[in-house]
Design a protein around this ligand. Sequence first.
Ligand SMILES: Cc1cc2nc3c(=O)[nH]c(=O)nc-3n(C[C@H](O)[C@H](O)[C@H](O)COP(=O)(O)OP(=O)(O)OC[C@H]3O[C@@H](n4cnc5c(N)ncnc54)[C@H](O)[C@@H]3O)c2cc1C
Ligand code: SF4
Length: 538
Amino acid sequence: MKNNNDYVTHNHDHYKDHRQRDLANRKYKDGADICIVGAGAAGGVLAYELSKAGFSVVVIEAGPFWNPQTDFASDELAAQSLAWQDTRLSTGKDALTFGHNNSGRGVGGGTVHFTGVFLRFHESDFKTKTIDGVGEDWPIEYQDLAPYYDKIERDIAVSGPKEFPWGSFHGPYPYPERNPISANSQVFRKGCDRLGIKSVVAPLAILSAPFDGRPPCISRGFCNQGCMPNSKFSTLIHHIPKAIGYGAEVLSDCMVTRIELDDQGKAKGVTFNHDGKEHFQKAKLVIVSAFAVETPRLLLNSTCSKFPQGLANSSGLVGRYLLTHTGHDIYAKFDDEVRLYKGTPVMALSQDFYETDRSRGFARGYTMNAHGGRPVSLAKNLAVSAGIWGSDLYEIMRDYNFYARITIVGEVLPDYNNFVTLSEEKDEYGIPRALASFSYGDNDNKMIAHGVAKANEILEAADGKAAFVIPDSAHLMGGCRMGRDPAASVVDEFCRSHDISNLYICDASAFVTSGGGNPTETVMAIAARTAQHIINSR
Ligand SMILES: Cc1cc2nc3c(=O)[nH]c(=O)nc-3n(C[C@H](O)[C@H](O)[C@H](O)COP(=O)(O)OP(=O)(O)OC[C@H]3O[C@@H](n4cnc5c(N)ncnc54)[C@H](O)[C@@H]3O)c2cc1C
Ligand code: SF4
C-alpha cells in the first residue's frame, strides 16, 4: 500500500529532541494560530491536519513525551504510569473506577495504552432517537464521517478482514487481517461458528505488514503497556511527529489550568503549569482535547465574570450525559491451556447483537470482543470488582492459563444524571478534583444480562465451563455533547462551542451517544472533520 504521509524515522533521538527543556525559548511564545490542549487521539489528529495546512500550532500536554524504546516496559505494573493517575472521585449506583482502565496521560493520550480495536460506528448510532426512540440524535450522520473514517484507516494502515459483515463499511481494510490469531480468539470463533453467530478477525490499528518505517506486530501482547516495537498505532508515534515536521510545537509535562478570555469574551489563550511555574500561551483559537473527564473539568474551572458557571456552559450541560460502555468480562474454564496473555489482546469480534432487536427486551446493542488479558489485572479485578478473595482467588489465579474471556462493549444510553463536575477537594495545581457520578439505567442492565448470557453460550459451545463474570466499564465519552440546539448541547456539529466562537471542544467528550463498539476511530474521524472545517473557515 502507498503511504500518503511523509516518512518519519522512529528512533530514540526523535523523541529526545522534542522533550521540552526551556519554556522561555519556546517557538510560539508570542502567540500561535491554534493552541490544542491534550495530545491524545483527537489532539494528535488535529495537530497533524492543522499544522500540515499551514497554521502555527502549539500542543500543550499534561504528561510526558514518551519514548517507546526507553519508557515502555513489558511489565503490567510499570505500565501504570501511562494512565492518568491523579485522584478522581466517583459516586453513583455504579461508580466508575478510574486509572489504567480509562484515560491516558502523556503525548499520545489513551492511544498509547489502548488495545487498538478500530471500529466505525454504524448509521443507526447517529440517530437512536429517530430509529429506536431512545437516547438522542447526533447533528451529523454516518455519511458525514465516512470520508474521514476512510482517510484515517488509510493514513495509519488499519489491518482487518476482507469482508466486514456489519454496519455500512464492508471492507476490505487497507492492510490484511492479522494472522495467526490468539488461542482465546480461536476459542471465541469456534463457539460462534457452532452457534451460527458471525465473527471476524478484528480490525486493528496494529500493523500486519511493514508500514511507514514500522515493523509488523510480533504478537507479544503488551499493547496495553505501550507497544515498544511501534507496531501499534498511537498519535505519539504517528500524528505528533508528523505535526512537528510541519512546524507544530509540543509542550509536554505542562498542565493547562485555565482557558483565558479577552474583554470581548473570546478565547485568548491558556494558562498552564510547568514544574510548578505558571505560563501563558496566547492563541487565536483554542481547542480543548483533554478527554471526557479533564475537558469538562477544565471548562468548569475556567470561570470568569462573563461566564461564572464555567466556559461553554450556558446550557448547563458541561459535564452532563457522561457515557461509558458496559465492559463486563465473562470467563470460562477450559480443559486445555488458552493462555490469555498470549498475542494481541483482541483478535476476533462479533457485532451480531449490535442493532436493536426489541424481542430481546432492550434497545440498542453491543460488540463482543474475544479479549486476552494479563494476570495482575485479572487478580485485581477479581478482588476489587467481583469480590473474590482468599482461597477462591488463589484457585483461579493458579489456573489462569486455562481461562478464556469475552468482553462486551455495550451501548449505554445517555442520562442527564450521569456527570462529571468539580469536587470540593483541590489538587496540587489548585484545581478542584473531578467528581464523576454514574449509574446504569434499566436498558443498560438488561443489555448486560443479555450480553453475559450470550458470551457464556459461546464459551460453552466452544467446550468451556462458565466460570465467573467481572463487572466492568470501558471507554469514557460525552460531557460536552454536540447538537444543533445551544440550549441542549455544548458544541455544534464541528465541535465549536455554541457560546465562544473561537473555542472548540473536540475529543470523546463531544459524543452524543456511546455506540456499541470501541470509540477511538470515531474520535479521530470527528477530529479530522473539525480540522477540515477550521481549514475551510480560514
Ligand atoms: C486500557 C484501554 C484500552 C482501550 N482500548 C481501546 C480500543 O481497543 N479501541 C478503541 O477504540 N478505544 C480504546 N480505548 C479508548 C481510547 O483510549 C479513547 O477513546 C481515546 O484515547 C479518547 O481520545 P481523546 O482524544 O478524547 O482523549 P485522550 O486520548 O485520553 O487524550 C487526552 C490527552 O489530554 C491530556 N490532558 C488532560 N488534561 C489536560 C490538561 N489540563 N492540560 C494538558 N493536557 C491535558 C491527557 O494527558 C491526554 O494525553 C481504550 C482505553 C483504555 C484506557
Ligand atoms: S502485540 Fe503487537 S501491537 Fe501489541 S505490543 Fe506486541 S508488537 Fe505491539
